[in-house]
Write a protein that binds this ligand. Structure first.
Ligand SMILES: NC(=O)c1ccc[n+]([C@@H]2O[C@H](COP(=O)([O-])OP(=O)(O)OC[C@H]3O[C@@H](n4cnc5c(N)ncnc54)[C@H](O)[C@@H]3O)[C@@H](O)[C@H]2O)c1
Ligand SMILES: O=c1ccn([C@@H]2O[C@H](COP(=O)(O)OP(=O)(O)O[C@H]3O[C@H](CO)[C@@H](O)[C@H](O)[C@H]3O)[C@@H](O)[C@H]2O)c(=O)[nH]1
Length: 433
């Protein structure tokens, strides 16, 4: 099939490449000239495992091309809208300017019977509004909302082999067009839920709200654990054996960040307020507060560990991205902690295997290094805030000779406290004795 993907960021660049991998003819469109130039040369504009390979093979096959000109999407039978829906500055609501601009720009180029497929995460009601506009402007075109559930770091696999498809549609033929797009996964038996626009939009924000709530729940338990001497990791393991609860997303630590969970729960709560049902998801404000408290908790722990002040103390911050296997620093708890410690007068040296350039772009006042050894050298305190594999694998005895004082805060509860203490370290986790 002929497909366009409008918006080639973390979602769209992967989606476009994955669609070409499935054999479709794809054009990726973005307003960012630099990004499009890079993608056109098969260079991923961000770090995502597996993307370089499918981008390169798509471009080499001639099935995948990129353009800044929306008119190049005119041939496509299916147009995926994958532009950003960030939080509005100073407000909790989603900024729909990019969705609206991309949608309007596409309208004059639609072939008869074209299908526009929303992928971006939007407030409930957006698809119905856009469908109304589509009916005025291009009566023969159709709209579907097909939310995306990929996780950064696993984006390629999640796109090619998703857990489920959700189609918000107004007609059976839109669903069958989407089945044709996703034929391989559909034939492999991937569950698919065909529903209305509102339900499809809500599935996406409800899923992220549930995941965020699960993380904040275990972080709240870790606060209780700290007050009682209990061990939140053992608690999570025990809870997780109950199949109704499950162990995944019960890792306590510095909390959730990224371009999705934080802004999506805020936008959901704001939309519910607009709809007059704010009370139904008022708990999401508490979920957000618990989450933000974890960042402060790590900072407070650093201050306490260094005897009441971090001023002029050398602190090695391990990790700046919001999660491992990504270079994304949007709303990153790790970067927030580094910035806050710097603000308190610490000599922060932050390191990360993939996120240094993005972090420097946002917070140039911090000192960065891509060398873990350089970060650790002479540190008065080590703060692990993104659980990259190489940090989890650190040998406490070897690191002890690099630092000035063997003190570590394990902000992701991923190190073995027994092994680190046995090697002479003062070890602090969150909610772990
Ligand atoms: N990143 C994820 O893991 C993920 C997963 C699921 C859903 N989502 C949702 O997908 C959407 C995109 O997220 P993202 O992380 O890829 O954002 P992003 O900021 O990385 O990418 C958005 C892209 O859209 C482009 N753009 C903006 N206006 C445009 C226009 N008028 N025409 C063409 N391109 C335009 C931007 O230049 C940018 O490259 C959001 O709604 C997000 O919530 C993201
Ligand atoms: O037990 C856990 C699990 C995750 N996190 C943190 O939660 C955040 C989000 O992690 P994850 O959900 O893996 O990353 P994303 O790539 O942001 O993916 C989420 O957001 C996407 C965008 O909406 C959705 O598509 C995905 O399904 C949803 O998992 C990260 O900061 C993690 O460190 C924890 O603190 N504890």
């Amino acid at each position: 099939m002929r497909i366009s993907v409008i918006g080639c960021g973390y979602l769209g660049a992967v989606h476009a490449s994955a669609m070409a991998e499935l054999g479709h003819e794809v054009v990726g469109i973005d307003v960012d000239e630099r990004k499009i130039a890079q993608l056109g040369q098969a260079q991923p504009p961000f770090f995502e495992p597996g993307l370089p390979e499918i981008l390169a093979s798509g471009v080499a096959s001639g099935r995948l091309r990129f353009s800044t000109d929306i008119a190049d999407a005119a041939d496509a039978e299916v147009h995926f809208l994958a532009v950003g829906t960030p939080q509005q500055a100073g407000r909790p609501t989603a900024d729909l300017r990019f969705v609206d601009a991309a949608f309007e720009a596409l309208l004059p180029h639609l072939a008869d019977d074209a299908l526009i497929v929303g992928k971006s995460t939007v407030p409930v009601g957006t698809a119905a509004r856009l469908a109304g506009r589509l009916a005025e402007a291009a009566a023969h075109a159709r709209l579907a909302w097909n939310p995306e559930f990929l996780r950064e770091g696993y984006a390629v696999k999640d796109t090619l082999e998703p857990d489920r498809f959700v189609y918000g549609v107004e007609s059976a033929d839109a669903a069958s067009t989407l089945d044709d797009v996703y034929r391989r996964a559909i034939d492999a038996g991937t569950p698919r839920i065909v529903t209305d626009f509102a339900t499809a939009e809500l599935v996406k924000v409800a899923a992220n709200a549930f995941l965020a709530t699960k993380i904040s729940f275990i972080n709240a338990m870790s606060e209780i654990a700290d007050a009682t001497g209990a061990d939140v990791t053992a608690l999570a393991d025990a809870l997780g054996h109950d199949a109704r609860i499950g162990r995944r997303f019960l890792n306590a630590g510095v909390g959730f960040g990224g371009g999705c969970l934080p802004k999506d729960i805020r936008a959901f709560a704001a939309r519910a307020d607009e709809l007059g049902v704010g009370a139904s998801v008022a708990f999401l404000k508490e979920v957000d507060e618990i989450n933000l408290r974890q960042r402060q908790r790590v900072v407070d722990l650093a201050v306490a560990t260094l005897g009441g002040s971090v001023f002029r103390k050398r602190i090695a911050v391990l990790g700046v991205t919001f999660k491992p296997e990504s270079d994304d620093v949007r709303d990153s708890p790790a970067l927030d902690v580094a910035v806050h410690l710097k603000g308190l007068g610490a000599d922060v040296i932050a390191t990360d295997p993939a996120g240094v350039e993005n972090a420097r772009g946002r917070h140039p006042q911090l000192t960065y290094t891509t060398s873990l050894d350089e970060a650790l050298a002479g540190a008065d305190l080590v703060v692990l805030v993104t659980e990259w594999r190489q940090y989890r694998a650190l040998d406490p005895a070897a690191v002890a000779v690099q630092v000035a004082a063997p003190r570590i805060i394990d902000g992701r509860n991923v190190l073995d406290p027994v092994a680190w203490r046995a090697a002479g370290w003062e070890y602090h986790g969150l909610g772990r004795p």
